[in-house]
Design a protein around this ligand. Sequence first.
Ligand code: IMP
Length: 430
Amino acid sequence: MSCVVVVGTQWGDEGKGKVVDLLTRHADVVVRFQGGNNAGHTLVVGPDKFILHLIPSGILHAEKKCLIGNGVVVDLEVLQKEILTLQDRGIAVSPKNLAISEKAHLIMPYHKHLDLAREAQKGKASIGTTGRGIGPCYEDKVARIGIRVIDLLDPKVFAEKVETSLKEKNFIFEHLLKVPTIDPKEILKVYLPLAEFIRPYVTDVSIMIDQALTGNKNILFEGAQGTHLDIDHGTYPFVTSSNPVAGSVCHGSGVGPTKIQSVVGIVKAYTTRVGAGPFPTELTDETGLALREKGGEYGATTGRPRRCGWLDAVVLKDSARLNGLTHLAVTKLDVLSGQKKIKICTGYSYNTQTLTSMPAQLKTLEACRPVYEEWEGWSEPIEGIRKRENLPQTTQNYLKRIEELVKVPIGIISVGPDREATLFQDNPFS
Ligand code: IMP
């Protein structure tokens, strides 16, 4: 029995989907524990490409169980669409292999409306959210006026909760944000049929996890977003509204911390960020553009171009500490092929000091300048290589330096989008 957690170490989009998909081979159960459909995991299986936003990537393996934990915020219209699309493409999705926590909170149409209207009102000061209603849904959860999956299953409770919530929201829409209000009847029309669609999938995920552990099963916890988008530990306020750090597995799925063995941190071989917020190693020149094009750095959820830059070891070291990383998985290493010189940021220069962890004060972080080490690049393609020792010496040097700086061993290296383009050094399940 093993519990392995996969988290993003940067600002999301590190290529977690592929690593989760690979590790799923060794797992019996795959669980999502935070975030919502602001995530987008692209999986490439032979000629097929799948983009999943809510359903754990493990769904492509028919015999695995996929669970959506209580910490996830669920847009049921999106979930239904995802289930039906997968079924249309011949992937088995049923209550036999997919379950959703009765305690998960629902993203309601008014959450999306609020997210978009607030962002529009903020103008230049906007966060650059995905517009999926994530923040407003978590706000309602904490304000104790949220609507959980279990509430939807009782039409009377659901109708009352929608009515109460909309009284406040419509006031804000009309008087503060000056956008159209929402009629509760319209919501009931859409959601009551959705309740019947989702009912067979609804369960107590914490109990399912406990039963799996008692049955000696392997469990994989699939993080969404990245450590530096964490509401507590990220570059606040340019963050998401959940906790993508590994500790969030416990409250987001209902499992105790003593059950977790390994935490794998996914590291993209360079850095990207989508949306606004500080990004010390951002490259606004041709190198940044080249990384974006070669790496296909466009959001899987919103299609927005991602900002690109050099690898930032300050970001990674903070992630190693915040998540208790036991392994690193380096992805998209092939994208760096052809760069004559490759830089790694080892600290931030701020006034007369060199900072080695991210400052909490946004203004300080914005004033930081990266301190770089420069490494020789490699020109040869590496997609076909399957052993670390067969990589060009300069590639090996780069990897070794990452391990030295972050003080966590690299267990997995991805050199291309296909499942096969992977160097599997150390299995976190073993
Ligand atoms: P929200 O999660 O939609 O509220 O967006 C808050 C911030 O997190 C924005 O900068 C988004 O671009 C960013 N974000 C949210 N989800 C992801 C993700 O899955 N990958 C990368 N960035 C994300």
